[in-house]
Design a protein around this ligand. Sequence first.
Ligand code: GLN
Length: 561
Amino acid sequence: MKYVLVTGGVVSGLGKGVTASSIGVVLKACGLRVTSIKIDPYLNTDAGTMSPFEHGEVFVLDDGGEVDLDLGNYERFLDVTLTRDNNITTGKIFQSVIEKERRGDYLGKTVQVVPHITDAIKNWVESVAVIPVDGKEGPADVCVIELGGTVGDIESMPFIEALRQLSFSVGHENFCLIHVSLIPVLGVVGEQKTKPTQHSVRELRALGLTPHLLACRSAQPLLENTKEKLSQFCHVPAANILNIHDVPNIWHIPLLLMNQNGHHAILKQLNLLSIATPPDLQDWTKMAETYDNLTNSVRIAMVGKYVGLTDSYLSVVKALLHACIACSLKPSIDWIAASDLEDDSAKLTPEAHAAAWETLRNAACVLVPGGFGDRGVRGMILAAKYARENNIPYLGICLGMQISVIEFARSALGMERANSEEFDAQTADRVVMFMPEGSTTHMGSTMRLGSRKTFFQTPDCITAKLYGNPQYVDERHRHRYEVNPDVIGVLEERGLKFVGKDETRKRMEILELPSHPFYIGVQFHPEFKSRPRRPSPLFLGFILAATGKLEGYLNNHQNGV
Ligand code: GLN
């Protein structure tokens, strides 16, 4: 196994994750099989309990792992399926060591950060690196490890030490360290400053790690003399100093790395030049350029709770982008804070209320994404009602599906108090309820997580046709509440059809409103499996519906065109 370690210096938020996944893309384009590991030096065992406000979206894997959103970037860029173990956190490592200590595995010993924690990190990395993630047999050729945080952080120290030891044990030819750093410019036409990078490389060296390549983030391309200075003071050959300047979209980054011959420097360090092919990124180039040149756009209203930080819905945004590109459209996402649509807001913040409604009315389609807690729920219900009554394409994901059930029960069935147990535990009209999969007495991990099958109840529904009429689809889940099976009969009588269910037929997975051009709710999260050149069928259908092209597409699709 060959390792590429990506560390970061100077500041956080440099786009280290995108850089690391782009490195993977270029290596894959050279004919190598690539896997990846993301290290998050926080104490949470996983990202499941972290707030999307603070940390961005929680990404969900096939195996139900709730992980850092960077794993989503890896899956999308490298087209792989990762496991929960591909995300290492301090919490996971400490938990495993403490469990071993309690079991008596270290009997008689003092259990310490070095060597016990560092050994656990090394073992974890080495055992996860060999898990195949691309559907082929046997381990990948290269494992890209991204170390979260910034070099010098107290919490990343055990990882740095473990990786230093790993670099030593796997040998020179099997380890390549790429340090991502920032080259700031002071003033409007100021000089490109190398000092912060010099300091962070020095810090890395003090910890026993030597960077083989530098990936320098900057607003403008690096000047020759900046590169020379960096080479001289950081002790890295000029050919190994890559520059990632600002680009119109992130798909340009692998191209940027390739055009600077970054793959050559990495392959040389890893002694892979003889087996690697010249990089083939033709499709990738086409994709990046198509995106730059899109002119027509489609307005999508995203009605959610966490609209301040767009990373909170990163995969939804990416899935919309994939679908839009397949339709040669530029997504124009209008973020609407659900609470601004509510009646209370008309009194308290009338301007925000008016603006939110104006935005909603100008959108070609409405998406209500997943979420937790009751903030903004009334606004989401109003958005679903507006889309339903005005024949505007609606896609409700997870919470968005539950919202449409509540709305429909209230409006069409006259169940005024219809609600989810999540928002009103005492409601008499419990149309969405807690349905734990396992034990009802066990309180921990009561979420239904990961890949689960949804069986189509009829081939005659939009969703089945979009997916190409399979018997079932496998999509990822992350929820606790579900549509109450007791109300299905009355909802269906009034026209809301549950066209996808789980294998027990008790859990509702997909709803459609046949009297509406596109009104679909799904209990799963189709966004997690969307890929740049393989958009999620549901998102594709949603965008097609928003632009009046769905019918034509489905007709062609059915005829096998
Ligand atoms: N809060 C809802 C539930 O737990 C929806 C979850 C989600 O949208 N991911 O079922």
